[in-house]
Design a protein around this ligand. Structure first.
Ligand SMILES: [Fe+2]
Length: 368
């Protein structure tokens, strides 16, 4: 019978014995002179439109495919993302939209180099450059480095005294916010921790009563990153601002361009107010929606990583949060590549859509 320490060793994640990072080329670099220009408006043709809905290219070598929860998150084994054809990538866009988030383990993605990584991910849209987060030491402005370690405690400090659980969708203050996005894990804390929480915004919308859904459709909300900018500046001399504050107005309920699914598109990090509502009304409604997203664990799931895990998710139909739950000083190191997508498509109010009568769960509970 194995001892507890033998069993524990089996789950310890890869580390270098001398304590140096597994991927030094991806160490964070803050360039104080760099400026980032707005990408401007562009036409987005989502690759999911071209996908074969039976996924023959994406899943050709798949050995396992299983949902991590009923509403969001699927794990796929046997697929090497770096080997996918253009058709396989089209299918990846569609499947990520349908499942919300996909996790692929034991990938060689971290080892194929910046150019190949960007070539693959730019299949989904032009790559975003972050306004203040670091790039890799060895170059590539589109790579956003996620780094937490005793030698660089910026992330820890920025969350000091606050819950690190902050549901959001990345960069929603962009005029054309992100779609199919990649996180590649380079090094995880030695044991448990550093997971990502994901919540389905489609399920979040569907869980509301049909009458309330109608009230939300047609509303618009202001998204701004000014709090993030202020927080970054507060962190002192290390702040590197490359871009001005961003603000955009988006529909509260958006429609996915490929699946046609409606998704609740507000988040407590960036969404500031409902257009046309007085402040107290707006705070009241957004407060309810933020609670709804945060509390409803029934449409969330949690992704654990090791070095080589790649998470591919669709930001248009999900919110996510870090956990920052492992001991301070441990190294967590990853990069994100973030393709921008279409200007959010507003959901139109369907005056008599008969949705309540079609929902057996509501009918059986007398909720129509
Ligand atoms: Fe994020």
């Amino acid at each position: 019978m194995p001892s507890l320490s033998d069993l524990t060793k089996a789950v310890i994640r890869e580390k270098k014995q001398d304590g140096s990072p597994l991927y030094p080329d991806y160490m964070p670099f803050y360039d104080p002179l760099e400026k980032v220009e707005d990408i401007g408006s562009f036409e987005h043709h989502d690759p999911g439109h071209r996908a074969d809905p039976t996924f023959p290219n994406l899943l050709k070598n798949a050995t396992k495919f299983y949902d991590l929860s009923p509403n969001v998150g699927t794990e796929i084994e046997g697929v090497q993302l770096s080997q996918l054809t253009q058709s396989g990538l089209d299918e990846l866009a569609l499947l990520a939209a349908q499942c919300g988030a996909l996790v692929f383990r034991s990938q060689d993605f971290a080892d194929i180099g910046f150019s190949a990584q960007k070539r693959i991910v730019s299949h989904f849209g032009p790559l975003h450059v972050h306004g203040w987060a670091p790039h890799p030491d060895a170059g590539s402005h589109e790579h956003m480095i996620i780094y937490d370690h005793a030698s660089d405690l910026r992330v820890r400090r920025s969350w000091r005294g606050r819950s690190p659980i902050q549901w959001h969708t990345d960069q929603s203050p962009e005029q054309q916010p992100p779609g199919t996005t990649f996180i590649c894990m380079l090094e995880s804390p030695a044991q448990a921790g550093g997971d990502t929480l994901i919540s389905s915004s489609v399920a979040a919308f569907k869980a509301l009563s049909p009458r309330f859904r109608k009230r939300l459709e047609g509303l618009q909300a202001v998204h701004s990153n000014n709090d993030g900018v202020k927080q970054e500046m507060k962190n002192g001399e290390q702040a590197v601002m490359r871009r001005q504050e961003l603000e955009a107005v988006h529909p509260v309920v958006r429609v996915h361009p490929v699946t046609g699914e409606k998704a609740l598109y507000v988040n407590p990090v960036y969404t500031k107010r409902i257009v046309g509502f007085d402040q107290e009304e707006s705070d009241y409604l957004l407060g309810f929606l933020f609670d709804h997203i945060a509390k409803r664990a029934d449409f969330q799931c949690r992704f654990r990583y090791e070095a080589g895990t790649v998470l591919v998710w669709d930001q248009r139909v999900t919110n996510h949060s870090q956990t920052l739950d492992y001991p301070a000083g441990e190294r967590r190191h990853a990069f994100r590549l973030t393709p921008l997508a279409e200007k959010p498509i507003p959901s139109m109010v369907e005056e008599d859509d008969g949705q309540c009568e079609k929902d057996e769960g509501r009918v059986s509970l007398g909720l129509c």
